[in-house]
Design a protein around this ligand. Structure first.
Ligand code: FES
Ligand SMILES: [Fe+2]
Length: 429
């Protein structure tokens, strides 16, 4: 028998200014997270551009549960747990592809791409007939899409996805609506495992701008950091989600606002620069005057989806126990960009936020070290301090939610208060 988990109220104090180390390392709290968070939230699965044709499928995860996301023959999207109802083997081994059916490798039961059991080869040797209609793969009870983003939830009663995203959509739309023909997830996600808790990358991307000038001092030029402090905002439209960005002045030069002109932009060709400028010239008409001047940093959607605007990376932090996270990162580009530009922009994404990316490596080191710090003994009386800027967040005439300078840690306090509520609800049964 392991020790029972600490009480959640003792781990996160009432205003989340103090958070005990066990929040990131206790196996019992991790079990509460599975029930209270991953069993109750909308979880990102895939983007529709990854499965355009009937029979197309990709693998995904909802926490540690493997999921097949497929385009059915009816054109609809189906999400099923990738586990045979006979003895539990995965019925699909490929990461992505196109299939007429999924055939289990153990005894060859076969399932339609929609998840219905079609045949049991052994049945012809027995007299009885099995009611196959009761033996489908376990379907994810709720699947909804927004801007082509496919989410699933294990909670049949969960609020509609749009409501769940709430005003966070206003911030996300600054990117999603910017491109006339939408966005495309290019290729397969890059995937890697870190010795860290799943919340650490998430917390970083909800709004931790504060580490930029220090952890990334060798990569991010001082003038970029100055711009963040002069024009940067952190916003929380709904607790648990977060957005941080720069609102550039009206007379800012086009290149300093345009999407794509960050990271390795100086290495991109003059043709791509021109393409990015043209996109920015249409931005105001597409997203309005305020959002056209938004230059995104990072966003987070509770509980484990994040998005880095520069070098556009969409990332999911898949838990693998309290001390391991399997991180997935997709490159995202405008869907009508020339193929050659898509390829180059994907390289730009990988150089910064792939598993060996210039910034990713530094962040990964910080998260693994923070995990180690969270797992040490004899230091439980030194919870981490999350109190910078308490109460300084305010409404803003042009920006939904509460808004503050980026040094205010309210984005993290809001995330951990939502975490606290979710886990206490499980504790109370
Ligand atoms: S375990 Fe899948 S057919 Fe037996
Ligand atoms: Fe970072």
């Amino acid at each position: 028998m392991g020790a029972s988990p600490p009480r959640v109220a003792d781990v996160v104090n009432a205003d989340a200014t103090l958070i005990g180390r066990k929040a990131w390392s206790d196996p019992g709290l991790y079990e509460l997270e599975k029930k209270g968070i991953f069993g109750k939230s909308w979880l990102f699965l895939a983007h529709e551009t990854q499965i355009p044709n009937p029979g197309d499928f990709v693998q995904a995860y909802m926490c540690e549960t493997p999921i097949i996301v497929a385009r059915g023959r009816d054109g609809g999207i189906h999400a099923n747990v990738n586990s045979c109802v006979h003895r539990g083997l995965p019925v699909c081994r490929a990461d992505h592809g196109n299939a007429k059916s999924f055939v289990c490798p153990y005894h060859s039961w076969s399932y339609s791409v929609e998840g219905k059991l079609q045949s049991i080869p052994q049945e012809r040797h027995v007299e009885g007939r099995t009611d196959k209609s009761k033996l489908s793969l376990k379907a994810v009870p709720r699947v909804e899409t927004w801007h082509g983003m496919i989410f699933g939830s294990f909670d049949p009663e969960i609020e509609p996805l749009e409501q769940y995203l709430g005003d966070q959509r206003w911030y996300l739309d600054a990117f999603f609506e910017r491109f006339e023909n939408g966005i495309e997830f290019v290729g397969s996600p890059q995937r890697w495992v870190l010795n860290a808790n799943w919340k650490l990358p998430m917390e970083n991307q909800l709004g931790d701008v504060n580490h930029g000038p220090f952890l990334h001092a060798a990569v991010i030029p001082p003038e970029a950091n100055a711009e963040v402090f002069d024009h940067g905002y952190s916003c929380v439209a709904q607790p648990g989600h977060g957005a941080t960005f720069r609102l550039m002045p009206e007379d800012a030069p086009l290149e300093s606002v345009a999407w794509g002109f960050e990271g390795m932009a100086s290495l991109l060709s003059p043709e791509i620069h021109e393409y990015l400028r043209e996109l920015q010239m249409k931005a105001e008409e597409r997203v309005g005057p305020i959002r056209a001047r938004m230059k995104g940093l990072t966003y987070g959607v509770y509980p484990n989806l994040s998005f880095l605007w520069s070098n556009t990376a969409f990332k999911v932090s898949h838990p693998r126990g309290p001390g391991k996270v399997e991180y997935w990162s997709w490159s995202v580009v405008p869907s009508d960009a020339p193929e050659e530009y898509k390829r180059i922009l994907r390289g730009n994404h990988t150089a910064f936020f792939g598993p060996g990316g210039l910034l990713e490596q530094e962040d990964s080191e910080a998260w693994t070290q923070q995990y180690l710090g969270s797992a040490i003994d004899f230091a439980d009386d030194r919870p981490y301090f999350y109190g910078l800027g308490v109460g300084e967040e305010k409404p803003h005439p042009d920006l939904p939610g509460l808004v503050s300078v980026t040094a205010n840690e309210f984005y993290a306090r809001n995330f951990y208060l939502r975490w606290r509520d979710a886990l206490m609800a499980v504790e109370e049964g």
